[in-house]
Design a protein around this ligand. Structure first.
Ligand code: NAD
Length: 488
């Protein structure tokens, strides 16, 4: 049994470097507040600065040669054990996120930690199957390729799925023999900082998997570091652009960017109504709408509009009624993550009143904490802010359309391209529209869903590169071509 004793009353407030908890080399700390009532959770979270980043990179660099040489069987066992430990401590880890994130366990925390655990299992299985290629040798030369690890890699993650987004980066990085430094969001540092005892118990050697808490300044140090060879980033578009700049200006480290979304759900007249409503409600209500691929733009064909809207609004309203204290097991929707996010979302709602017709919600829930009602605007023009920008809250728009050609143009009319959903019983139409949409992922009779074994990522400004599946293994390795002269 791991010596895992962290909880809301015993928070991890040290960096995890070289398999030990250590204080930051400087005295800088930052504070985190509870989103359910604004109270102080801790003012002692260490802010890793240059000396801390250098110390972690030194340890990661020292650990790399031995870690890449660990046998596939041994590495697999370590990763499988870590997955089991994540499952075993799921409730405690979720609590460490929930106190500053506000996501209920059954409706979100449990799921996102299961994603992290499953990522370790999935990539553990790949370790001895990620083979290179061999090419025709009729010319007297054998050519083979190998996937080589990059060395010290790092992940910078947001607050909405603190361990899920970390797991889908850590697991492929470690499976391919890299060492990895995780920087959680300054809004949700504790579940990541709490991983220390589990990392040790799983058997990861010192320096292989480390955690540095900090804010954007820590992220910038990682992205600019001359000895870090890859950054896998999930977060907002402006930060993603900065990361790419830091990478270019330092050592041309590899960069994967998973950025925002403004995902359309397209509902044709022949769609199965119950299925459509169920996916569309989950797509904007899960995690209080703070999901990158939330279906926040609904396009419904005129013939089914009234029936769809009636059911969609009723179901969303019902979900909204289960908003409340995230520590209660019956709560389905918690607060928004913090005051800044609350101001951002309510600002969009206020300005949206003059951009479209408010047809559901629009108000704050209660007087303390950062709770908002699920909110819908109808008939929103294409140039409106609430049509074009990611809100990252339970706020959607609903527009109508007549023809397939018209809705494709409307759906493609933003700078985002992460996810899209098509609801129809006509498979030909589904396939036609799926190929016409500018989107990294398209669901047919589903939306806002992803799978660990299939590529995940966006087109246009929604990102660069793909996570999950084999794509993530490729993103954490470089291809080496070995050529052999067969005539000597
Ligand atoms: P953010 O960009 O503000 O922060 C993300 C991370 O980047 C944090 O760890 C932060 O400390 C760090 N950071 C901030 N400034 C930095 C800098 N200059 N250099 C390096 N690192 C820096 O994003 P957020 O508000 O935490 O998360 C919300 C955003 O994340 C939304 O836009 C959402 O769509 C996106 N997101 C995308 C996906 C996806 O997979 N596509 C998944 C979840 C969230």
């Amino acid at each position: 049994m791991a010596s895992f004793q962290f909880s809301a009353t015993n928070l991890p407030t040290q960096l995890f470097v070289n398999n030990e908890y250590v204080p930051a080399k400087n005295a800088k700390t930052f504070s985190v507040l509870s989103p359910k009532d604004g109270s102080l959770v801790s003012d002692k979270v260490p802010l890793a600065d240059k000396a801390d980043v250098d110390r972690a990179v030194d340890a990661a660099e020292a650990a790399f040669p031995a870690w890449r040489a660990v046998s596939a069987v041994e590495r697999r066992e370590i990763m499988l054990k870590f997955a089991s430990l994540l499952d075993q401590h799921s409730e405690a880890l979720a609590e460490l996120s929930r106190i500053t994130q506000g996501a209920p366990y059954l409706a979100w925390g449990k799921f996102e930690i299961a994603v992290a655990a499953e990522a370790f299992r999935y990539y553990a299985g790949w370790i001895d199957k990620f083979q290179g290629d061999a090419y025709p040798e009729e010319d007297g030369f054998l050519k083979i390729t190998r996937h080589e690890p990059l060395g010290v890699t790092a992940g910078i993650v947001p607050w909405n799925g603190p361990l899920g987004s970390a797991g889908t980066k850590m697991a492929p990085a470690l499976a391919t023999g890299n060492t990895f430094i995780l920087k959680p969001s300054e809004k949700t540092p504790f579940a990541s900082l709490g991983l220390g005892p589990l990392i040790k118990e799983a058997g990861f050697p010192p320096g292989v998997l480390q955690v540095l808490s900090g804010d954007g300044s820590t992220g910038a140090l990682l992205a600019s570091h001359m000895r870090i060879r890859k950054i896998s980033f999930t977060g907002s578009i402006p930060t993603g652009k900065r990361i790419q700049q830091y990478a270019a200006e330092s050592n041309l480290k590899r960069v994967t960017l998973e950025l925002g979304g403004k995902s359309p759900a397209i509902i044709f007249d022949d769609a199965n109504l119950d299925n459509t409503v169920s996916w569309c409600v989950n797509a904007i209500a899960a995690n209080t709408g703070q999901i990158c691929f939330a279906a926040s733009r609904i396009y419904v064909q005129e013939g089914i509009k009234e029936k769809f809207l009636e059911k969609y609004k009723a179901a969303l309203q019902e979900r909204g009624q289960a908003t409340g204290d995230p520590d209660q097991p019956t709560t389905l929707m918690g607060p928004l993550v913090d005051e800044a996010q609350f101001k951002r979302v309510t600002g969009f709602i206020e300005r949206g009143a003059s951009q479209g017709t408010l047809i559901l919600g629009g108000k704050r829930i209660g007087n303390s904490g950062f709770f908002v009602e699920p909110t819908l605007f109808a008939d929103v023009p294409q140039d409106a802010e609430i049509y074009q920008q990611e809100i990252f809250g339970p706020v959607g728009i609903v527009n109508t359309f007549k023809t397939e050609g018209e809705v494709i143009k409307k759906a493609n009319a933003t700078e985002y391209g992460l996810m899209a959903g098509i609801f129809t019983q006509d498979i030909n139409r589904a396939l036609r529209v799926s190929s016409a949409l500018d989107s990294g992922m398209v669901g047919v009779n589903l939306v806002s869903r992803y799978f660990l074994n299939a590529p995940f990522g966006g087109t246009k400004q929604s990102g660069i590169g793909r996570e999950n599946g084999r794509a993530a293994l490729e993103a954490f390795t470089d291809t080496k071509t070995v050529m052999v002269n067969l005539t000597y």
